[in-house]
Design a protein around this ligand. Structure first.
Ligand SMILES: Nc1ncnc2c1ncn2[C@@H]1O[C@H](COP(=O)(O)OP(=O)(O)OP(=O)(O)O)[C@@H](O)[C@H]1O
Length: 279
């Protein structure tokens, strides 16, 4: 596996440089309801190119919903989400904003890669075929070029010797690494990781975190991690956002949020979290 073990040497763009850049993602007063229940109550959030953001908060606070909306899997009830120069859900036509069509959503979605808790691999395809499908079918790349880059990515996640294996021949950690290679091969500008270690046996968590650490070395790609791995969030994130009851209750650098904040709701969450993890 090509991933580095020297955690402290992760190269990140200095925070001061990132602050100067134009955001790659903007949530503007985003609300989301399911039926009568308002799950997100006015989210304002900006993500800069290359920024590594960790989203933490209690179960049901809306973390997954925030990132599913960015992947266009859910539509906001109110507010805007802007990716690059594109308003995700609305397009300007004849001077007026109209609801975005599927073609527009596909284009914006092409900038974003997502890895889920469950690996969602195609069981009837080898892992190489799993990786090649996106570039060939969605980006209309030649099979030769898709194959070459898929092999590179599978090598990057330490699976260069398993190209012809089927998903059911792999461990959970290996399947999750395939899912990451499959997302990376699409060359996203933003990668979303939703609780990618929660379905894994504890002994397999480390290998997956190590790959994320390796991916984070790419200074260009923004990353949003929904995670319960608090130490990992502290290590890897430029910024931590604490969500509770559908609002951003605290945000800042890992030190500001995890060590210095006096926000009572955050303190209570961290206390509950640390008690249940035996810390
Ligand atoms: N498709 C849906 N239909 C109805 N309710 C939903 C749907 N998706 C999410 N919810 C509800 O929205 C709330 C927020 O869910 P979400 O999955 O975003 O929370 P979360 O913070 O990611 O939680 P967890 O840490 O448990 O994954 C929950 O109460 C959930 O039940």
């Amino acid at each position: 596996m090509s991933v580095t073990k020297e955690v402290s040497k992760i190269k990140q763009t200095p925070q001061s440089d990132k602050i100067k850049q134009k955001p790659i993602v903007m949530y503007e007063d985003v609300h989301k309801s399911f039926g009568d229940v308002e799950v997100l109550k006015g989210i304002n959030l900006q993500i800069k190119p290359g920024e590594k953001l960790a989203l933490i908060g209690p179960s049901g606070s809306g973390k997954t919903t925030i990132i599913r909306m960015l992947m266009t899997l859910e539509e906001p009830t109110e507010g805007n989400i802007i990716v690059g120069d594109n308003n995700l859900w609305k397009v300007k036509k004849d001077g007026e904003f109209k609801r975005a069509n599927e073609k527009h959503l596909r284009k914006v979605r092409g900038e974003i890669g997502m890895v889920f808790q469950h690996f969602n691999l195609f069981p009837h395809m080898t892992i190489l075929q799993n990786c090649m499908t996106g570039p060939v079918q969605v980006k209309k790349e030649s099979k030769a070029s898709a194959r070459e880059r898929s092999i590179q990515m599978l090598e990057k996640v330490g699976l260069g010797d398993k190209l012809d294996n089927y998903p059911n021949q792999l461990s959970g950690g290996q399947k999750q690494r395939v899912a990451m290679a499959r997302a990376l091969v699409m060359r996203p500008r933003i990668m979303l990781f939703d609780e990618v270690t929660s379905a894994l046996d504890p002994e397999l968590v480390g290998e997956v975190l190590e790959v994320i650490r390796d991916i984070a070395q790419d200074g260009e790609m923004a990353m949003v991690l929904v995670t319960h791995e608090m130490d990992f969030a502290q290590e890897i994130a430029d910024r931590i956002v604490f969500l509770e009851d559908g609002v951003i209750a605290e945000e800042g650098t890992p030190t500001e949020v995890l060590e210095q904040s006096t926000n009572e709701r955050l303190q209570s969450f961290l206390h509950r979290f640390r008690s249940s993890n035996g810390n």
